[in-house]
Design a protein around this ligand. Structure first.
Ligand SMILES: C[S@@+](CC[C@H](N)C(=O)[O-])C[C@H]1O[C@@H](n2cnc3c(N)ncnc32)[C@H](O)[C@@H]1O
Length: 397
């Protein structure tokens, strides 16, 4: 098999020594030809790179260090690290074969010609961010979000994280969660318009939504179209894999027949939108995401089990705490203002408090607000989480 490599020449003043050549031979034996190899030729050492597990490369580099006084193998590691085109495989950081992708010539000019997020051009968002009103800071307010949000000034919230009622017919305290779809979206979009208004320049909205497949309503697309029509930038989508396989298998009469196969979904979506700009300003000392978390969480498929304590809190559709933790640490800074206009049993506000964010939670149900207040009050600020223990409430799968 002839492999196509990315070639990185390392040029030295003096030719490679006998001992260094020995080290190169051992290096080549330690890795497959399909991964990485070294080629020594006079004063040049060429790195032939296809794909490699960075940790293993570092390990080999350390092992072979004794073969070179001028730290040749350190140079190899640095050369690979400098590329910065990484993926994650089996939870390991990999340099992956992005050569083909690189073949796009004049990438920047072409991107300009395509005009990225053209749908968000021509907006009239103000860049003037305002302080969050003291009266609503760290509060849980009972009421219709449409009305409550009107009391807030423009541009004062950093991040909105929410899961609206899905219109599935769930039994909420104040509502049976079933409306004509047009009425449902009209009400929802009224509230979303207010959240956009109160959002800061550079702020984000993260909406957790599950389409109702049995009604053939792609809510996640409809909601995305709405936010794009309001000129927010669609920042991306996270697939929340819940692995709940207890959904029904087929529509009646469609077993093993192409007549109308029923597709099964074990996941929901988190749609993310940004107001004005994709870049959110913040102080470096207010970043609390760890390197390991960042590497894992930017891979936009999150396997997190559904919340298991819903009965305890008396709410039928809660976020697992760990999901909220990921969103807050990945998309907001400490001290930011987090708003949940459908706060339910207060998962967003409780986790926001634990992670040192300010918060406002709104829900139409007195009972849910009572539960949310109690839960959020009990949550203690825990800025540094124990290493390797990042799962709270939800069980990992
Ligand atoms: C899917 S639940 C949110 C659950 C929440 N994420 C949690 O972890 O507990 C949706 C919530 O929206 C609330 N709600 C429905 N209509 C509302 C409105 N107009 N204003 C405020 N809250 C509303 C419901 O009472 C319900 O608690």
């Amino acid at each position: 098999m002839v492999y196509k490599y990315k070639k990185i020449p390392l040029v030295y003043d003096l030719p490679l020594t006998k001992s260094e050549k020995q080290g190169v031979a051992l290096f080549n034996r330690a890795f497959q030809e399909s991964e990485i190899q070294l080629e020594a030729d006079g004063t040049t050492l060429t790195v032939l790179l296809r794909e490699v597990d960075i940790e293993r490369l570092r390990e080999e580099g350390r092992r072979l260090a004794i073969y070179s006084q001028r730290a040749l193998f350190q140079d190899v590691i640095k050369a690979v690290e400098r590329i910065r085109s990484y993926g994650v495989r089996n939870h390991k950081r990999y340099y992956v074969d992005y050569d083909k992708e690189r073949k796009v010539k004049r990438r920047k000019t072409k991107a300009q010609r395509r005009q990225r997020y053209y749908y968000a051009e021509g907006h009239h968002f103000s860049r003037l961010n305002r302080p969050f009103p003291r009266a609503y800071e760290n509060a849980i307010v009972c009421g219709d979000s449409l009305e409550v949000l009107k009391r807030l000034p423009d541009n004062c919230v950093d991040l909105v994280l929410t899961s609206p009622p899905y219109n599935f017919g769930l039994d909420y305290e104040e509502d049976d969660d079933t409306r004509h779809w047009e009425k449902y979206f009209e009400k929802l979009f009224g509230i979303f318009d207010e959240t956009i208004r109160v959002l800061k320049w550079g702020g984000r909205v993260v909406v957790n939504i599950q389409p109702l497949f049995s009604d053939y309503i792609p809510s996640h697309h409809i909601i995305s179209n709405f936010f794009m029509s309001r000129k927010l930038i669609w920042k991306g989508e996270i697939l929340w894999e819940k692995n709940n396989y207890n959904c029904k298998y087929t529509a009646w009469g469609s077993w093993k027949s192409p007549s109308s196969p029923y597709l099964k979904y074990t996941w929901e979506f988190l749609e993310i939108y940004a107001k004005g700009t994709l870049k959110k300003e913040g102080r470096p000392e207010d970043i609390d995401i760890r390197a390991e978390e960042f590497k894992e969480w930017v891979v936009a498929r999150w396997a997190i089990a559904p919340e298991r304590n819903m009965r305890q809190y008396g709410h039928p559709a809660m976020f697992p705490e760990h999901l909220v933790e990921r969103v807050l640490k990945l998309f907001s800074y400490r001290n930011d203002v987090i708003l949940d206009p459908f706060n339910g049993a207060g998962t967003t506000t409780a986790v926001a408090k634990r992670l040192g964010r300010r918060y406002l939670g709104i829900d139409i149900s007195e009972e849910y607000c009572r539960i949310a207040r109690e839960r959020t009050e009990k949550a203690a600020f825990q800025p540094k989480l124990p290493e390797g223990n990042v799962s709270y409430g939800a069980k990992w799968i």
